[in-house]
Design a protein around this ligand. Structure first.
Ligand SMILES: [Fe+2]
Ligand SMILES: [Fe+2]
Length: 353
């Protein structure tokens, strides 16, 4: 390995370790609560789902290798930088899921939960390994073992794990399938072969989301009363984080031949539609006030980045002001009216996008 490759390897591990507000995080939780989860009320659907996991249909999919000329992006440095940034942040979230699921499996005796966590960790570790191949080939790699040891872990209450993980699996599906379908229609924008893997890949994420949907439906108190306020919070947090993060990679979406805002609202539509299987409410992302609020959050985040780069006392003070403005904007979005949703009898829905 050349000196250059070694230094970029450290850089990307470093980048993955960085603890910025929008970066994917690593989580711990209360394993006792998970151990006591009872899936009896959804037993039939649960067993059907577990049988699908046991079939492991994508076993061969991630063993296939792609051909890629790694110099082909050298003439498009902005696209290459945004693409690498996407890969590093994706590998961190894949691996963060993997570690969380492995930890839960290690700490519970409940067979239903342990089996599920083993299957999901299996999938996420494949996904992370596959992204690492693509990164390696471009002379960068994230050292996953360093990440596991050094990344900071955040404690999350079990119910927050259900809401956040459910949403991140489903929004992950919506993101990948939207890119995949777009590139099917416009192969001229396919600048890397990894996108050919996205269809089966996102079906794994979809299936992981189904598991959390069933866990919540089996414990309906998670979907009632003051918990509805938490659901609303997580929906908004996940949507707004994605919006801000995607807009920080303009060259990537230009490379795809996509409009970032249009893409994000399409992803919100799909996620909202899927989430009707479990959440008692949905956000109205077509409300002009919602759209204005998202744009304001984006502008504030960009301002905060500029102030960070500037540094010094004025930079720090400026960022404190921006943080308050962002919190107020978020609160404004949170208080917008939501739509209530009646839960269907059957939880599981086939991925049809
Ligand atoms: Fe994954
Ligand atoms: Fe997943």
């Amino acid at each position: 390995m050349t000196g250059l490759a070694v230094s970029s390897m450290n850089d990307s591990t470093e980048q993955a370790l960085e603890n910025r507000l929008l970066a994917p995080r690593f989580y711990r939780t209360n394993y006792d609560t998970l151990n006591k989860l009872d899936v009896t009320p959804v037993r039939a659907e649960w067993d059907e789902m577990m049988a699908d996991f046991a079939l492991d249909k994508n076993r061969e999919h991630f063993k296939r290798r792609f051909q890629f000329d790694e110099t082909s992006l050298d003439e498009r440095p902005a696209l290459k930088a945004d693409f690498l940034d996407l890969l590093v942040s994706s590998i961190t979230s894949e691996y963060s899921g993997c570690v969380l699921y492995q930890e839960i499996e290690k700490h519970v005796e409940n067979k239903d939960i342990a089996d599920l966590m083993r299957y999901m960790a299996r999938d996420e570790s494949r996904h992370a390994g596959f992204i690492n191949l693509a990164l390696n080939q471009m002379g960068v790699a994230v050292d996953l073992s360093v990440l596991k040891q050094k990344k900071e872990y955040h404690y999350f209450r079990p119910k927050f794990i259900y809401y956040a993980t459910y949403l991140s699996e489903k929004i992950g599906y919506a993101r990948y399938i939207t890119i995949f379908r777009h590139l099917q229609r416009h192969p001229e924008y396919q600048f890397h072969p990894i996108f050919n893997w996205f269809e089966e890949w996102c079906n794994d994420e979809y299936a992981h989301g189904e598991a959390f949907a069933l866990l919540m439906r089996a414990n309906p108190e998670l979907l009632r009363g003051h918990n509805k306020l938490w659901i609303r919070f997580f929906l908004l947090a996940v949507y707004s984080t994605m919006y801000v993060r995607d807009h920080s990679r303009p060259a990537l979406y230009e490379g795809f031949g996509m409009d970032i805002t249009e893409y994000d609202y399409k992803v919100f539509d799909i996620t909202t539609e899927i989430s009707r299987q479990v959440f008692p409410l949905t956000l109205n992302t077509d409300d002009p006030r919602f759209r204005r609020g998202m744009d304001r959050l984006l502008k504030l985040s960009q301002k905060s980045d500029r102030l960070r780069a500037k540094g010094g006392v004025t930079g720090a003070l400026g960022r404190a002001v921006v943080a308050v403005q962002s919190a107020l904007t978020f609160a404004g979005l949170y208080l917008l009216p939501t739509q209530s949703n009646e839960l269907p009898e059957q939880t599981r829905v086939a991925p049809a996008w």
